[in-house]
Write a protein that binds this ligand. Structure first.
Ligand SMILES: Nc1ncnc2c1ncn2[C@@H]1O[C@H](COP(=O)(O)OP(=O)(O)OP(=O)(O)O)[C@@H](O)[C@H]1O
Length: 755
């Protein structure tokens, strides 16, 4: 209620009071009326005023009305009171509190969302940067019908395991390898190509500038890759499709507006393809730097697009203008750079932040070098402009990659217009288009070299890492192969070693068996001998029992006899009974690390060097003092041609007929040494003449009946066995044996014999 109306009411009230005072109803409560008036709306107030207006005059019905009104007031008062009570009990504070909480929560969520959103953007960008802000894809088109008809073959070879490498086979059959971020083969469709491009395209929605361009000689598929056909839509169309899809997905938080511009750079002139009308003169467009530092082309048509269909229509009309231009102005499409610019304006619906970014989709002019016959007139000019702009593009990318201070953007219209979309945190994709035909080999190599230059200079840490990883993997594989072959060799060696060990074990077992048999034979021989010569039998028995009896106390020991090689004369016992007075022992000498065993009878083996000990007890005679049993060594030398051994009859002093042949014994000092060791016994004397010294110098076989010289033949089983058995050398002990040989003064066997 306005103050004016209030005054009115007051005024009316005064009038009413005045009117009432003149009436006979002094109990009319003016305050009540006032209250009533206050609580009543304007209409009722005005009605009342009208009713009690002085114009009507004080009448009974008025009184009645007042009374009614008074009752109404009372009722209203009660209602008010009830409502007031109700309001007091209503949980208003809680609601307000809840609302406040919800509001806080909403603010928090909003903040979180914004943080997450910027984090997603950052991560997405980081991923792109890690892979490299400049990426180079190579696409090879299939051989066309003409090329196939001409019998042209493909000079491009793809590695089935490497999707980022290709090889170009030169005319001299040499191969040159090229590496890119990805290599698309002739059979790869448009969707495969776009799948690799999509992640970069999307970053334009996050506010980054993107530039995608196709480079290559005429007819290699630049337009096919960028524009495509209605059946095989290219990158341009798919990009806008993806932008619409992604912006739709984000509609809850972001509002995007897409604008499309299309222009052509021909001979360093910019032509608007959307605003162009063939009937109108060509509008001259210039590049200007905007206040924000971005490059703008004032006057360039920017068509707002809402759907992919619209975009397709625009692209078609732009291409038509381009082709019309080509026909009219003799500008072939491949002689100009066609640029499609998509401007994305984004508004963050949560924080109101605004972004503006550009996505450039560029179909470059053919990169082919000018043929000699064409180098004149308009074509020469065209080619010079194309070369200039393409090399300017290469220089810009080089400078960006090498992070030099000055980036020569202004060297060409193309680079100048792309300035704000090349470099910095902008993303760049380059499709290098090649032909597989032999006829295009030169151009293909040029294009690939240019693309390699672009790629080689800028590679993201991830790519470097990936390349390092690949290299490391190769190295690891090589090493693994080496290890595997070494393991195989090791296994083979282990196998050989095992089989050798088994052989050794077999030989050792054989040796043990031989020893057992030998001991048995000896025991039997001794037993037989014992029946005839108890003393010798005892000695033999004792020897057998105690392989090496301890020597007696030194004071009892007589001076050692000279070691002798004397072979006893034939035993009266038949040889086949193997009687012996000696014990063949110490065949196995572990300390010397070699083992010997008597091999089966073999005259040749018999002549192998050996040393064995024979325990003897000199025959007791009446005049002799009992002497301790002695162990002597017999070293048998092998029959070297120049070395005489005791076992050889000639060397031994016996010729083949068994006669003594002494002069042959000593020939050189070594032989002398051996001959001393193995010198034959002096002639046997009458037993009665035997003295201890004579005994010392005599053989342990002294007891045997003397035989006439020349008729002596070894009969003793041990000696016979020695002659018959060869030594078996453990292969494992060969080394020990050799050292033993040296130390034992035995001559080394000639190598032929050793084998
Ligand atoms: N990957 C491909 N698969 C199938 N056909 C292809 C492919 N690439 C190119 N072509 C075909 O090769 C022909 C030449 O391609 P396009 O016109 O795109 O080459 P260009 O490099 O743009 O040539 P210009 O520089 O003259 O514009 C077209 O008929 C196109 O359909």
């Amino acid at each position: 209620m306005s103050s004016g109306s209030c005054d009115q009411i007051v005024h009316d009230k005064d009038q009413t009071v005045e009117t009432c005072e003149s009436r006979p109803y002094p109990n009319f409560d003016t305050e009540l009326v006032e209250e009533t008036n206050n609580s009543m709306d304007e209409d009722s107030t005005s009605n009342m005023n009208q009713e009690i207006s002085p114009a009507q005059g004080p009448t009974l019905p008025i009184l009645q009305k007042v009374i009614n009104l008074s009752n109404s007031v009372q009722n209203l008062k009660k209602e008010h009171e009830i409502l007031s009570n109700q309001v007091k009990s209503f949980p208003g504070h809680e609601v307000v509190g809840t609302l406040q909480l919800l509001n806080n929560e909403y603010e928090l969520l909003k903040k979180k969302y914004l943080d997450e959103s910027s984090e997603r953007k950052r991560l997405n960008n980081e991923v792109i940067e890690l892979k490299g802000n400049i990426r180079v894809f190579c696409r090879c088109r299939p051989l066309n019908q003409v090329e196939i008809a001409n019998g042209s073959s493909s000079v491009v070879e793809f590695d089935s395991s490497q999707d980022s490498e290709l090889q170009i086979i030169s005319s001299d059959s040499s191969k040159k390898q090229f590496k890119f971020d990805h290599v698309f083969r002739p059979e790869d469709g448009q969707e495969v190509v776009f799948a690799r491009t999509k992640p970069i395209v999307i970053s334009v929605l996050d506010g980054y500038n993107v530039c995608i361009f196709a480079y290559g000689q005429t007819g290699t598929g630049k337009t096919f890759t960028m524009e495509g056909t209605p059946e095989n839509r290219g990158v341009n169309y798919r990009t806008l499709e993806e932008l619409f899809r992604a912006s739709g997905e984000r509609c809850g938080v972001m509002k995007y507006e897409l604008f499309v511009s299309m222009m052509e750079v021909y001979n360093e002139k910019i032509r608007d393809l959307l605003g162009e009308n063939s009937n109108q003169p060509t509008k001259k467009l210039e590049i200007k730097q905007a206040a924000e530092g971005t490059q703008e082309v004032p006057g360039l048509v920017e068509a707002r697009v809402y759907s992919t269909e619209e975009v397709w229509e625009l692209l078609k009309s732009g291409s038509q203008v381009r082709s019309v231009g080509a026909t009219n102005a003799n500008e072939l499409s491949s002689r100009s750079h066609c640029l499609l610019r998509v401007t994305v304006r984004g508004t963050n619906l949560i924080n109101g932040q605004k972004t503006r970014s550009h996505l450039w989709l560029v179909d470059l002019a053919g990169s082919e070098r000018v043929g000699k016959i064409e180098v004149e007139g308009e074509r020469l000019k065209e080619s010079q402009f194309i070369n200039k702009s393409l090399s300017a593009l290469g220089d810009v990318i080089s400078a960006l990659a090498s992070k030099t201070g000055h980036i020569p953007y202004r060297n060409s219209k193309l680079t100048h217009i792309l300035q704000s979309s090349l470099g910095g945190d902008c993303k760049t994709v380059m499709f290098v288009q090649i032909s597989p035909s032999t006829a295009d080999l030169g151009e293909t190599l040029c294009s690939l070299n240019f693309a390699s230059r672009v790629r080689g200079i800028e590679s993201g840490p991830a790519r470097k890492q990936a390349e390092k990883l690949k290299h490391d993997e190769k190295e690891t594989k090589k090493l693994q192969d080496n290890v595997q072959s070494l393991q195989l060799r090791l296994a083979a060696r282990e196998h050989i070693c095992k089989s050798l060990q088994e052989k050794v074990r077999d030989l050792e077992n054989q040796l043990a068996e031989e020893r057992k048999t030998r001991l048995k034979q000896e025991t039997r021989a001794f037993a037989a001998a014992a029946s005839t010569r108890p003393s010798l039998q005892q000695a033999a028995e004792k020897t057998k029992m105690e392989k090496k009896p301890p020597l007696g106390p030194s004071k009892l020991r007589l001076p050692l006899r000279r070691i002798t090689n004397f072979m006893p004369p034939a035993s009266p016992m038949p040889t086949n009974k193997k009687t012996t007075r000696t014990s063949m022992a110490a065949i196995n000498d572990k300390e010397n690390n070699f083992k010997t065993v008597m091999a089966p009878t073999n005259a040749k083996n018999l002549l192998k060097p050996r040393r064995t000990s024979i325990a003897v007890r000199p025959p007791t005679t009446a005049t002799q003092v009992l002497q301790p049993k002695r162990r002597v060594s017999i070293a048998n030398l092998r029959p070297d041609s120049h070395m005489t051994t005791p076992l050889r009859s000639s060397a031994f002093g016996f010729n083949n007929g068994g006669t003594m042949d002494r002069p042959s014994l000593v020939r050189d000092p070594r032989k002398a040494r051996y001959s001393r060791l193995f010198s034959p016994l002096p002639e046997f004397r009458n037993p009665s003449e035997t003295t201890p010294s004579a005994m010392r110098s005599s053989s342990k076989f002294m007891g045997s009946p003397p035989v006439p010289a020349g008729l002596w033949k070894p009969r003793h089983p041990t000696v016979v066995a020695l002659q018959r058995k060869s030594l078996v050398w453990s292969p494992l002990k060969l080394r020990g044996m050799q050292s033993y040989r040296k130390s034992s003064l035995l001559p080394l066997r000639p190598s032929a014999e050793r084998e």
